[in-house]
Design a binder for this molecule. Structure first.
Ligand code: EPS
Length: 408
């Protein structure tokens, strides 16, 4: 039976996360990974460390050194097809055992949080779940949850990497600073795969790839911090080595672009998603948008541009997949906006909750983590298989067939 990769409960690889920002830990169960994916503990922890980086992070990142404890599903450095459970402990928990106590009722000692931050889940979450204290909303809506998603995504990234598919990202803008890279430079950086581009970005504190933008971004973050303000930005995600034909045009829930967009939009504070240069394309005539096709040469099928972002008809077209995600500025502001107190409805300045000035560099790492399972599932839908030998063999055959077909 064909299994779609987008509709709920029909995933092949699926995962959930659990955990509060100031609770004992974050955790995830990743189900449906094929057997035989080679894994090193360091591969998971390296991704967690990358997520903690970035100029403009707040005090919390000085407390935490995120590491995943593997509780199941891996034997002798390989997945065994069983669910993989991962646990990331919160070091900060020891400072929160009273306000976040699980069973003892400390409500008399702990003051309620009753002033919602504009732009945050605070108000809507409190109303939705019937609380009279915003604390539980803050703790689960916090972007700290992305540590668990990065841990889960590192497994899907490892799976893809072993099949020659790489996921990487860089930051193109932070606040007013920066710009997307030009096509030729991008091609160069992506030549050895998207992880090469990401490694280059990781050398920068803001994960940017040109020095002028980097300097301007650091100045902008400093200014925002001095003003008690925050900054958003745009991250660019690339997936290289994806064979043609993942996803489908025949049904809404099998469209690859739709599944990727949903994954990116599920990241805290991501408010816009673009495939290729979609918004720019919308201002141009078709003749300046569509990527011309060239076949029959020694390279096989090629294109000289990638404005479609590697997806045509909601299917991968063999070009690098290029996605953009826009992050709004974090809504915890030291210089407060107006809000009101839920207890008496009086107008007050919004309260400050410890936060970051800018978390855009981390958002790129999270973006990589959330798109990896989508691609992995689309690949498994296309070629199937329960263990790495089987999957590798099938993918090789498929790639060979494609290469033969379009080479001169
Ligand atoms: C984050 C941990 C959080 C915040 C941030 C991201 O830790 P704390 O709330 O204890 O400072 O720094 O979360 C938010 C920006 C948010 O709005 O919740 C992390 O681990 O990434």
């Amino acid at each position: 039976m064909r299994r779609a990769f987008f509709t709920r409960n029909r995933y092949m690889i699926r995962y959930f996360t659990a955990g509060e920002s100031h609770g004992p830990s974050l955790s995830t169960i990743v189900e449906g990974l094929p057997a035989g994916i080679g894994l090193k503990e360091e591969e998971i922890n390296r991704e967690l460390a990358r997520r903690q980086q970035g100029y403009g992070r707040g005090g919390r990142m000085k407390i935490e050194t995120d590491r995943a404890e593997v509780l199941s599903g891996i034997r002798f450095g390989k997945t065994i097809g069983s669910p993989v459970a991962l646990l990331v402990r919160n070091r900060d928990w020891e400072n929160w055992t009273t306000p976040m106590s699980q069973f003892e009722d400390h409500s008399a000692e702990v003051s309620k949080i009753t002033i919602p931050r504009p732009g945050h889940a605070d108000l809507t979450g409190l109303v939705k779940y019937g609380f009279d204290d915003i604390r539980p909303v803050i703790d689960r809506s916090s972007a700290r949850e992305t540590a668990a998603r990065v841990a889960a995504g590192s497994l899907a990234k490892a799976f893809l990497r072993q099949l020659g598919i790489q996921v990487g990202s860089y930051v193109s803008t932070i606040g007013p600073a920066g710009k997307p890279l030009d096509h030729d430079l991008l091609q160069e950086l992506l030549a050895a795969g998207a992880e090469g581009l990401a490694a280059e970005a990781d050398r920068s504190e803001v994960r940017m790839l040109d020095h002028d933008s980097e300097r301007a971004a650091i100045v902008a973050i400093d200014q925002a911090k001095n003003n008690g303000d925050t900054l958003g930005g745009i991250v660019e995600v690339f997936i290289t080595g994806v064979p043609m034909g993942l996803g489908s045009y025949v049904q809404h829930d099998r469209r690859l672009d739709s599944a990727l967009a949903a994954a990116l939009m599920s990241i805290q504070a991501i408010k816009g998603v673009e495939v290729g240069t979609a918004f720019d394309n919308a201002r141009k005539p078709g003749s300046q948008v569509h990527d011309e096709l060239f076949a029959g040469g020694p390279e096989g099928l090629t294109r000289r541009t990638n404005r479609a972002g590697g997806i045509e008809g909601s299917m991968s077209n063999g070009q690098p997949i290029h996605l953009r995600a826009a992050m709004k500025p974090i809504s915890s502001l030291l210089s407060p906006l107006m809000s009101f107190d839920l207890e008496n409805l009086e107008a007050v300045q919004s309260r400050f909750e410890r936060s970051d000035t800018c978390a855009v560099p981390a958002a790129g790492v999270v973006a990589e983590a959330v798109v990896a399972p989508v691609i992995a599932n689309a690949l498994l839908e296309k070629i199937g298989g329960d263990h790495m030998k089987e999957i590798t063999r099938r993918l090789e055959t498929y790639r060979e067939e494609l290469a033969r077909r379009f080479r001169g």
